[in-house]
Design a protein around this ligand. Structure first.
Ligand SMILES: [Zn+2]
Ligand SMILES: [Zn+2]
Length: 652
């Protein structure tokens, strides 16, 4: 026994020792120092080492990888699995960085992300910050700076103006910016002008440690004192000559100093004092941080602000802000408008939430997504078009006409319900221990109730719009519910659907290659007719489908029956039983001898719902009862007797 304890102790001792060692190695990983002369040699042999802030940031994002989609658009891996459904906005953000990295005028502009609450503005900035931190820890993204500089200054600033010209001509190395007052002072005094001996260190960016990533949250009321941005002045050290004063008295510890060579983030930008915003103007325009009465310091950093449309409009209307307005590239970050992506947002939020004890029916998630997306759509101005038409136009890609004017597109997704609101409402109905599963109607009802209590939302959405939001969502849920039961009534539907698609693709490729094997003209035409393709259009259609499936395979994605909306619809129509048949099978039989078959049918459906479609016993039963209700009774689930109220006809 004693022997055993002893052995265990030595085990623990050696484990502790190795863990501590690993920790020490890790924390000292970037402790590295050389002289400026050595650094200069490094740079001459690899001129990509010194990078301006926009280049560094752009590379940091790209370094995480790019995925090419079947339609040849790009997805940036940094944002995938974290930010959903706003690819167009992200593409514009990336255009800003790629252009700024080319040292165009764009780098002298502030990037402003403009959007409603929780649309992903902060998430985008957070991901970029994380990428910067990671990149500066890698060999490729290494950043070097002058030891002791509070602004982690680029050591090449030690090179004189004249020499810079030669460097650019002979090595293509571009140097911008002057030494900061602190470094200038140190070079003159401590290093006696001998720049080759100035120590250079490796700098790793860290927001927490205030290195390379600064941030300013403009709360209201906020301090007018600009030292929070430009750094404070040590009033005890204001004696002596100019060099000495600026070298000793400037603390260079403001957020803009922190962000030098990396980035600075401005949260709720226009809630900041005007005075502070003027400081940003100088930084963006001339790459200098102006310290009132004391001159200025060179700085190079990405400036990202975020705000909502209201604050931005107020700012833009102010004539005095024109100069700064010209320095801003404002990009809209709207809410997502695609159901599949909205589902991903909630699944992601649920992963990290306290709702682990509750089951959410997949159709619950779908329904709340529809509710949220519908609330974000601008009412279509085309006569006869409904928000649901628009929802489908955006989501299935089945073109059902055009519903948008240019002006409408720019407002789409800029208002409405945020994912955060939806999650709060789901939490509200699942807080009780007794709740084991949140069914779709329960969730929709909760979203509705919450709107009533939410003054902010209430102001924006009129009561009539409110209730139509609910009715439209129920309408969509009804369709999804029926289709889910239809699918569950077919033995391994997904397999059959994909087999059918594969057979079709094989046939058309034989057909188009003018081979005779595998061709079954009648089967091909069956599917095509369901797609609404006439005989004379079939060649063109087949060519399109084949091209599309090849494009998917080329980027390593599987082309399934769900990949193309038109084929999906046709295959579903082909394989699924009619709703009339489902209605008959679900309705309770009058005679006892038919009851066995009826019970068996429901049991089969229920077990398929649980095995294949992500339902639990509670929501699979709820779904079956719901579909029976909507198909076999005339009673609507919800009615709007008068504006502003809803009469529910479903137990929750
Ligand atoms: Zn410095
Ligand atoms: Zn459930």
């Amino acid at each position: 026994m004693a022997e055993q304890i002893k052995a265990e102790n030595t085990d623990i001792d050696s484990k502790v020792e190795s863990l501590i060692k690993a920790s020490e190695v890790e924390s000292g990983e970037f402790d590295w120092q050389c002289t400026f002369a050595d650094y200069f040699k490094m740079v001459l042999s690899d001129p990509t080492i010194p990078k301006l802030s926009h280049v560094l940031t752009y590379e940091a994002i790209i370094e995480k990888g790019i995925t090419i989609n079947p339609d040849q658009t790009k997805s940036y891996n940094l944002f995938s699995d974290k930010i959903f459904g706003i690819e167009n906005a992200l593409e514009k953000v990336m255009q800003y960085f790629s252009s700024a990295a080319e040292r165009t005028e764009v780098r002298k502009r502030i990037l402003l992300l403009l959007g409603p609450p929780a649309s992903g503005k902060s998430s985008i900035v957070n991901e970029i910050k994380q990428a910067l931190e990671d990149y500066t820890r890698s060999t490729k993204g290494s950043v070097y700076s002058i030891l002791g500089c509070p602004m982690q200054e680029e050591p090449l600033h030690l090179i004189s103006k004249k020499t810079r010209k030669t460097l650019f001509k002979e090595f293509g190395i571009y140097i911008e910016g002057e030494l900061c007052p602190r470094c200038r002072y140190l070079v003159r005094t401590k290093y006696k002008g001998k720049i080759s001996a100035v120590p250079v260190i490796r700098t790793v960016f860290s927001e927490k440690e205030a290195v390379g990533i600064g941030s300013y949250i403009a709360t209201n009321p906020n301090p007018v004192d600009s030292s929070i941005l430009v750094g404070s002045i040590d009033s005890d050290k204001l004696d002596g000559n100019r060099l000495e004063v600026s070298g000793k008295a400037f603390r260079l510890d403001g957020e803009l100093n922190v962000g030098n060579r990396g980035m600075v983030e401005f949260v709720e930008m226009f809630k900041a004092d005007k005075h502070l915003l003027t400081t940003l103007l100088g930084l963006a325009q001339e790459q200098v941080i102006k310290i009132e009465k004391f001159g200025s310091v060179y700085a190079d950093e990405v400036i990202i602000g975020h705000t909502n449309e209201g604050d931005f409009a107020k700012f833009s209307d102010d004539e005095q802000s024109e100069a700064l307005r010209d320095r801003i590239i404002a990009l809209q970050i709207p809410y997502n408008l695609r159901i599949s992506e909205e589902n991903k947002i909630y699944n992601k939020m649920l992963e990290g939430s306290s709702l682990q004890h509750v089951h959410l029916s997949p159709l619950t998630i779908n329904s709340v997504s529809i509710f949220a997306v519908l609330s974000r759509l601008v009412q279509p101005s085309v006569i006869g078009a409904s928000p649901l038409d628009k929802l489908h136009a955006y989501n299935d890609g089945l073109q059902r006409g055009s519903f948008n004017t240019e002006a409408e597109i720019s407002k789409e997704g800029m208002e409405g319900i945020s994912p955060r609101y939806v999650m709060n409402r789901i939490s509200a109905v699942s807080s009780s221990e007794e709740v084991k599963c949140v069914t779709p109607i329960t969730a929709i009802k909760s979203l509705w109730k919450g709107l009533d209590q939410n003054v902010n939302l209430k102001k924006k959405i009129e009561s009539a719009q409110y209730s139509s939001l609910v009715l439209d969502t129920i309408k969509e849920y009804r369709e999804m519910a029926i289709q889910t039961i239809q699918k569950a009534s077919v033995d391994s539907f997904e397999n059959s659907a994909n087999n059918l698609l594969d057979k079709y693709i094989d046939s058309i490729s034989s057909y188009l290659a003018k081979r005779n094997d595998l061709i079954n003209e009648r089967d091909m035409r069956d599917i095509e007719r369901m797609c609404g393709i006439a005989e004379k259009e079939k060649d063109k259609f087949r060519k399109n489908v084949l091209e599309k499936s090849t494009a998917w395979k080329e980027v390593g994605r599987q082309f399934t029956y769900e990949s193309d909306p038109i084929l999906k619809q046709a295959i579903e129509k082909h394989l699924l039983p009619s709703t009339r048949q489902i209605a008959r099978q679900l309705s309770e039989p009058r005679f006892a001898k038919q009851r066995v078959k009826w019970e068996q049918f429901k049991k089969t459906i229920s077990s398929r719902l649980q095995e294949t479609y992500g339902n639990c016993p509670i929501c699979s039963d709820d779904l079956i009862v719901f579909v029976n209700h909507v198909l076999n009774t005339k009673k609507p689930i919800a009615k709007v007797p008068k504006n502003g109220t809803i009469e529910w006809n479903w137990p929750t």
